[in-house]
Each structure stands twice: as structure tokens, then as C-alpha cells.
Design a protein around this ligand. Structure first.
Ligand code: UTP
Length: 226
């Protein structure tokens, strides 16, 4: 299978700071998935680094577009860290376009991307990359174990979807993005790209174990299809 992994930045750069052992564990998981015969491409988010830089930029009067550029640089630094841990399974270059990522994939290596352009997030980048390279599966590794009807970190009665259609995903991401302070597991632009590209998506908790499970067809999260 050709698999795109969309990893939140907190995986590489959590609030408490980066842990090289944890990053190595992720890298070893991706190496294993590749050794099992899959093609792997990764998109990493900005995590704490992005938030810190964006906050400083804002305080200094940067406009939102320039703050996005700060965020993109942070995602690319996180990508460089993961590339370092992947050793010769990747190459020492963060692709800045889908064409570059596809070239790296076709060289038999693992491309690790960050952001691309202002005004969206790495969720949309991962969905676009999956569309561009005709991925068989987009895996969204997040801090919850699937898609819920409302934020499970805030509401104890939130219910998890085992399966959902792409149409339901688009509706859910649009309705949750309209409510102030609520966050959706997939941002609305990413959901629209998933819809038009007819991507198969697995949303799982972004631990090395669960990412490996998905590559073996064990999905302890939400499957989005059709
Ligand atoms: P993230 O994709 O990490 O955003 O990009 P996020 O929603 O905060 O994700 P988590 O918390 O890591 O899961 C960080 C910031 O970088 C900018 C945006 O400002 C985004 O909020 N960015 C990122 C872009 O402008 N374009 C991109 O392609 C990617």
C-alpha cells in the first residue's frame, strides 16, 4: 500500500519538549512499515514550536499570513528532526512541493513534509499529498482515538464513530469549525480534499503502536470511506 501519515506536531514537539527516544520510536515504526513492503510518506505539524513562534510574531505585529510562514518554518524543522531519525530511509531534504515528495517516494525513500502555503494546516497538506500521489490510505494520527460527534476532551458524553462516510466528515468538520472554541479532528479544507479525491482515511490515536496497527489493517479508530 501507498500510505500518507498525517502526524500532529505534538508528536515531535510536545508541550514538555522533544524526547529523542520517542522520536526514534516513531522513526523505527515507519522503517518497519516500509520494511513490511509499504510505501510511506509523512506530513508533520508544527506543535509547540509553531504556536510559540506564531504568538511572538503576533505580539510583534506580524499579520496572519506572516504568522503562517512562521508556522510553516516550524513544521519544516519538525520534519527535519524526523528525517534525522529516519536515517537512510529518508533523504536530507524537506520537500516543499508534492512533485518533490513524489520524486523522493519514487527513489524508494520516505518523504517527510511540513507545510506548504499560508492559510491552511498540515491536515490539508497531507490530504493534498495523498491525492497527488494516489495514496491508497491517508492515516491521520491525532491526540484522540478517532472521530467523535463532539470534542471528547471537553464532553464526557461524546460518541465515537467506528465508520463514517466522507459526506458526514465534511458536515461534521464544517459544523464544528463554526462553533467558537471547538476543534474538529480534521479541518474543513482537508475534509473537502478528502471528499473530492475519494480518499480512504483512518483516524487513529497517533502512537507508534496504532500507526503500525493501521498498516496491518487493524484500525482502532474511525474509518472514513465512500
Ligand atoms: P499545523 O498543521 O501544525 O497546525 O501548522 P495545527 O492545526 O496547529 O496542528 P497541530 O496542533 O500541530 O496538530 C501550524 C501552523 O502553521 C501554519 C498555520 O498557521 C498553522 O496553524 N501553516 C501550516 C500554514 O500556514 N500552511 C501550511 O501548509 C501548514
Amino acid at each position: 500500500m501507498r500510505i500518507v501519515f498525517d502526524l500532529g506536531g505534538s508528536v515531535v514537539m510536545p508541550k514538555e519538549g522533544a524526547d529523542p527516544e520517542k522520536i526514534k520510536k516513531y522513526a523505527n515504526t515507519f522503517k518497519k512499515i516500509k520494511d513490511d513492503g509499504h510505501e510511506v510518506a509523512i506530513v508533520v505539524g508544527g506543535g509547540k514550536t509553531a504556536r510559540d513562534y506564531i504568538e511572538i510574531g503576533r505580539k510583534l505585529g506580524a499579520n496572519e499570513s506572516f504568522c503562517d510562514e512562521l508556522g510553516i518554518m516550524a513544521t519544516r524543522m519538525n520534519a527535519m528532526i524526523l528525517i534525522t531519525a529516519l536515517e537512510d530511509y529518508s533523504i536530507k531534504k524537506v520537500p516543499t512541493s508534492f512533485e518533490e515528495a513524489e520524486l523522493i517516494l519514487n527513489l524508494g525513500k520516505i518523504p517527510v513534509m511540513g507545510g506548504t502555503h499560508p492559510a491552511h494546516t498540515t491536515d490539508a497538506v497531507a490530504a493534498s499529498l495523498a491525492e497527488f500521489i494516489n495514496a491508497d490510505l491517508l492515516v491521520i494520527g491525532t491526540n484522540v482515538d478517532g472521530v467523535y460527534n463532539k470534542d471528547p476532551n471537553k464532553y464526557s458524553d461524546a460518541e465515537k464513530y467506528k465508520k463514517m462516510s466522507v459526506k458526514e466528515l465534511v458536515e461534521l468538520s464544517l459544523s464544528s469549525s463554526l462553533k467558537a472554541g471547538s476543534s474538529s479532528v480534521v479541518d474543513p479544507l482537508a475534509a473537502k480534499i478528502i471528499e473530492r479525491a475519494k480518499l480512504k482515511v483512518a483516524v487513529v490515536r497517533g502512537t507508534p503502536e496504532e500507526l503500525l496497527n493501521v498498516s496491518k489493517g487493524i484500525i482502532n479508530g474511525t474509518i472514513i470511506e465512500g
